[in-house]
Design a protein around this ligand. Structure first.
Ligand SMILES: NC(=O)c1ccc[n+]([C@@H]2O[C@H](COP(=O)([O-])OP(=O)(O)OC[C@H]3O[C@@H](n4cnc5c(N)ncnc54)[C@H](OP(=O)(O)O)[C@@H]3O)[C@@H](O)[C@H]2O)c1
Length: 327
């Protein structure tokens, strides 16, 4: 059987992506063949589609680190034809043909049955960005941080991870300060629950002092580098910062002092390799207590053919909210 997929190929002119015909034999071996109904665009997909060998080593390749769809064929009783399922991370879209395609074939260990009260469409509104925001918030909560402990920040606030972190923390009644480079999105961020907006330019300079006036009970950081370095200097006692991204750069200049004098926890999140039971917990939360009423307002739906221009935009840091692929 033939189907359509967004395919990135390595050519003399560089990495070029087009929608191409593929056949089921092009997919890797695996337990379950899934007809993809929705996928979503995440920063890692843009890296994969631009030939970043740290993400995807071998081309031609279809990116797409998440997918929601319906089981078409299965060699395990864990998943039956017709089951609605979600796959995020592990190797999907990295070196395993990903969700920017009408079909994927994956090991059963990567798959989650879609919870009731969450549609496939809604699942990919959250997508990996939402899962990651959820994992960050989970770690902050497990550290014991409560809304009454003070302000929490979210960096990259208009991006995929950031916008969901803002909505989720606000839903959980935290006092959220959104840090953004986009002055024209202030109203949006306030409408999603942020109490205050800071322009990221205020935090982009080199860290000057290892400890500054305490402000933050915690935060979700999707950008890294100087912005995170500066935020780390200004935490209250026992603060918890979840760090998941690097759009601002991969270096982190810090000192021991926030850790040994203020008991700061810096909590790393790797959504891809998160244990499947923890992923299930987050999806169940999004289907119940963490359900975000405004999640669908922040989505742009695109077809396979429209992904290239959205990829360019995410690489320039210009996306606002989430881009969902609809097959
Ligand atoms: N660890 C994990 O498991 C995991 C999972 C998903 C994503 N991530 C990482 O998290 C990061 C965000 O992913 P995403 O999907 O949310 O990407 P995204 O939609 O592109 O959002 C990133 C946001 O960061 C801000 N930004 C852009 N360039 C910046 C710069 N030079 N300095 C500071 N801020 C900048 C922009 O928001 P403003 O204009 O509002 O500032 C942008 O919208 C990426 O590094 C991604 O690889 C990690």
């Amino acid at each position: 059987m033939n189907f359509k997929a967004f395919l990135t190929e390595e050519t003399k002119e560089g990495f070029i992506s087009n929608v191409k015909e593929r056949s089921l034999e092009d997919l890797p071996d695996g337990d379950v063949l899934i007809k993809v109904a929705f996928s979503s665009l995440n920063y890692k997909d843009a890296l994969s589609a631009s030939g970043n060998k740290g993400v995807s080593r071998n081309y031609p390749h279809s990116p797409g680190i998440d997918a929601a769809g319906v089981v078409e064929e299965s060699n395990t009783n864990d998943f039956l034809k017709g089951d609605e399922v979600i796959v995020t991370g592990y190797d999907l879209g990295m070196n395993t043909s990903g969700g920017f395609s009408e079909y994927i074939r994956v090991p059963k260990e990567w798959i989650i049955k879609k919870p009731d009260n969450l549609s496939l469409e809604e699942a990919m509104a959250y997508g990996t960005a939402g899962l990651t925001a959820g994992l960050c918030v989970r770690k902050i909560l497990l550290s014991g941080i409560k809304p009454e402990d003070g302000e929490v920040f979210v960096t990259g606030a208009t991006g995929g991870v950031g916008i969901i972190a803002v909505m989720l923390l606000a839903k959980l009644e935290f006092n959220v300060v959104a840090i953004t480079g986009k002055d024209d999105q202030t109203d949006l961020l306030l409408s999603l629950g942020a109490k205050e907006i800071i322009n990221r330019s205020e935090l982009e300079g080199e860290m000057k002092s290892p400890l500054t006036k305490p402000r933050w009970a915690g935060g979700v950081d999707a950008v890294g580098s100087n912005i995170l370095s500066n935020l780390i200097t200004a935490t209250h006692q026992r603060a918890a910062i979840a760090c998941c991204g690097m759009v601002g750069g991969v270096n982190l200049n810090t000192s021991i002092f926030p850790f040994i004098l203020r008991g700061l926890s810096l909590l790393g999140v790797d959504s891809a390799e998160t244990l499947i039971d923890v992923k299930k917990e987050i999806w169940n939360n999004f289907a119940s207590d963490w359900k975000l009423e405004k999640i669908n307002d922040q989505i742009k739906d695109v077809r396979l053919e429209e992904l290239s221009s959205e990829i360019e935009k995410i690489l320039k840091g210009e996306q606002v909210g989430r881009v969902r692929l609809k097959n």
